[in-house]
Design a protein around this ligand. Sequence first.
Ligand code: OSB
Ligand code: MG
Length: 377
Amino acid sequence: MPIARPAASVTLDGFELRVLHIPLVSPFTTSFGTETVREVIVVRALTPDGDGWGEIVTQAAPLYSSEYTQSAWDVALRFLAPAILDARTLAPEQVAGVLEPFVGHRMAKAGLELAVLDAALRAEGRAFGEYLGAVRDAVPSGVSVGIQADPAALVDRVGGYLDEGYVRIKIKIKPGRDVADTAAVRDAFGAIPLRVDANSAYTLADAELLAELDRFDLLLIEQPLQEDDLVDHAALARRLRTPVCLDESIVSAKAATDAIALGAAAVVNVKAGRVGGYLEAVRVHDVCRDAGIPVWCGGMLETGIGRAANAALAALPGFTLPGDVSASSRFYARDIVTEPAVLEDGHVRVPTGPGLGIEIDQVALDDFTVERTLLRR
Ligand code: OSB
Ligand code: MG
């Protein structure tokens, strides 16, 4: 469903952007690399009625998508933020239209839009979840587990998360670390809800190898092929029993519609950053729901800002599968919000306070800041 009740306009006096370096509790390894420190951009929208907060979920290098910290920093400061400030007074639903002439850079756009949304909803005293159309007050919490040194270490790590209460496990795979890793987890833990995520590490020529994963009764295989390989994903899907879920390929609601029409996606991972914002994420949810395609909320190692927003998004009715909305402690010993998301009986609560429902821990924010700039109109 579209947003039932739009937000009131806000007047924007400026944007503050910061690059943060936040240590991770353990390295996070995917098919495209290892992160030990989360580099992320935090956005503060300044209005006469108070601040709004957003997060640009790019990584330091363009490995998951073409965007990266410095590309987002540059495009946000040079083009996107000035365009929003030129509009001066606008409703959050108008931000995407103002930014539409600028091609791509969806994560940068999403972070700016989120800050405007938070400012507008805080001013109205409305919670982000209620605004988006949330129908749950808590969401089941899954965890995304990076590639470990060996299958035994992976089993240890997965066991720890299961002990904490995570209700679904996703393991990262890559060529050479696929069948044996998956087998080790299945052997150790039996019929747990299990997925694998390849982050584009394979080609259609690997179809036979990927079909070996069918015997593990996985919930899905996420993004085995490249971002623009929609036709190949459809061909692969015909050769696998495991449902194919797309992440990187779904850059918009239109992309979701096309992927579904082609038979390239039986399931969709929704990430607001990847699709250009939470409002476009709701539209992805809507087209998938209309097509009978289940969706779940992905993650980009969000700080407490984006994590609160993801919990709200994941509470929409079409999010019928547990997402990667884990507790803050899965990634961070110290977060930048005063009450980081926690795991309660396998769930993460949807915040109910005004806007994103979080308070920034200013000391932590300052401690993690490595670069900062203020753009005033
Ligand atoms: O593919 O889902 C992915 C993190 C960074 C980039 C891509 C992905 C991920 C994750 C982590 O899997 C999910 C999370 O934030 O918990
Ligand atoms: Mg993924």
